[in-house]
Design a protein around this ligand. Structure first.
Ligand code: SF4
Length: 421
């Protein structure tokens, strides 16, 4: 798999005819945020005749507006003055801290303490589900410009989450009988070889972890590198691992990240989906709604329809999180709701299984149900689909309707409503 990042990415953009001004912007933005594109994305997904407005180009290549203007200017001046790599790195570190690297209190509130010390690389926010970040899986086949896990990829150990020891994870799970689901995430766990992933998964199939019923894999490999499940050297081994989990009576859930219907068009994706489904695994699809990439209802309708035809379950339409390049990709909540409503209108009931728009906020997963008028006050009607405090699951609450609001923290309680904490 040929990949482009840093100077190689700049060379690639130059070869594809991007102007000098863009190459400078690419250099500046990619010195702060991570970018990596592989040959499959370059050759099969980006429509170069439509660049720069092509949605996959916008998804995977830098744009100057991904950084706040003053941050861009600071870094730009350093590059123009040919500052040393060390000086640029130091400025980038300072910038990282300003871009909310771990949103939703992920590190402060989600990392459990086990046997007296924090369990690094593990998050336990909801009673039933534990997230594991294997240290070998903290990269992806390509990067999304809007990634809310960007801090995993910038080489900054202070903000990176990574688990190095499966035995501590097993010990924690054995002591946590409420956990039914373990989600391997990252990065992308499918970046690991089947042998390495096996080392993380097999210990979870032990009889003392009988309460762990579902093994989930969060991945964008079906979009960015479908060969992972077809022609990669160990593609068959990966599928045999799925087979083995299913044969052991557990559920394999592939949480596939699809941003745009274009990602489903290549025949290899269909073949990869067919092979995964043949193991008994179920693929569910999710993505945030983001400006410049998929902020049109017709794209979501087309994607959900195609997913259903391929046997994939539409699962979530998320709201872009308040981190990283959020300034560029963010969509106001009112607009996200309109896109969701128009999208479900365009498909049959089978494709309406996707819930949204949903914010993965600090208290839990907040569904924006409607904008409505109650006694002369226009409000967002909101509901907790999932909550850090399980007693709050399903609770409805109201916020003043602010058409410019893009995230949970922008909202204020309305009508004396209860508010999740
Ligand atoms: S595939 Fe997922 S983890 Fe990787 S860059 Fe994209 S959003 Fe981030």
């Amino acid at each position: 798999m040929k990949v482009y990042s840093h100077e190689r990415l700049e060379r690639l953009a130059a070869e594809r005819g991007m102007p000098a001004e863009y190459l400078h912007e690419l250099r500046v933005v990619s010195s702060v945020l991570p970018f990596k594109v592989n040959q499959y994305v370059v050759d099969e997904l980006v429509d170069w005749s439509a660049v720069p407005d092509d949605p996959i180009f916008r998804l995977t290549f830098p744009h100057r507006d991904m950084l706040p203007p003053d941050m861009f200017e600071t870094l730009s001046a350093l590059h123009l003055a040919a500052a040393s790599p060390g000086v640029i790195r130091k400025a980038a570190r300072a910038a990282h801290a300003l871009l909310n690297p771990n949103p939703g209190a992920q590190v402060d509130a989600n990392v459990p303490v086990h046997e007296g010390s924090p369990l690094a690389g593990v998050q336990h926010k909801y009673a039933e589900t534990v997230l594991v970040f294997p240290s070998q899986g903290q990269t992806c086949h390509s990067y999304c410009g809007y990634c809310f896990r960007w801090s995993q990829f910038v080489g900054n150990a202070d903000i990176r989450q990574a688990a190095g020891d499966v035995s501590r994870v097993v010990s924690y799970l054995a002591a946590s009988p409420s956990v039914t689901d373990v989600l391997f995430t990252g990065g992308d766990p499918m970046i690991m070889s089947a042998t390495v992933l096996d080392r993380w998964v097999t210990p979870l199939l032990a009889p003392e972890l009988e309460h762990v019923r579902t093994i989930r894999f969060g991945t964008k490999a079906l979009s960015y590198w479908p060969a992972r499940f077809t022609t990669d050297q160990d593609a068959d081994d990966m599928l045999r691992l799925f087979d083995r989990i299913v044969a052991g009576g557990r559920h394999v859930a592939v949480m596939a990240h699809f941003s745009h219907v274009r990602e489903l068009e290549h025949p290899e994706v269909g073949e990869a989906i067919r092979r995964i489904r043949a193991t008994g695994a179920v693929i569910r699809a999710q993505a945030p709604v983001i400006a410049h990439v998929n902020d049109r209802a017709e794209d979501w309708s087309a994607m959900w329809q195609r997913l259903v035809e391929l046997g994939v379950v539409p699962y979530y339409m998320f709201v872009e999180r308040d981190t990283g390049a959020r300034n560029y990709f963010g969509v106001p909540l009112t607009r996200a709701l309109q896109i969701y409503t128009d999208s479900v209108r365009g498909v049959s009931g089978l494709a309406r299984s996707a819930r949204g728009p949903v914010m993965s906020a600090a208290p839990g997963k907040v569904l924006i149900d409607a904008v409505t008028d109650i006694g002369g006050t226009e409000v967002f009607s909101l509901r907790l689909l999932q909550a850090r405090d399980a007693r709050q699951v399903g609770r409805q609450f109201f916020a003043h309707h602010d058409p410019a609001a893009e995230w949970f923290d922008d909202l204020r309680p309305a009508l004396g409503s209860w508010w999740p904490r």
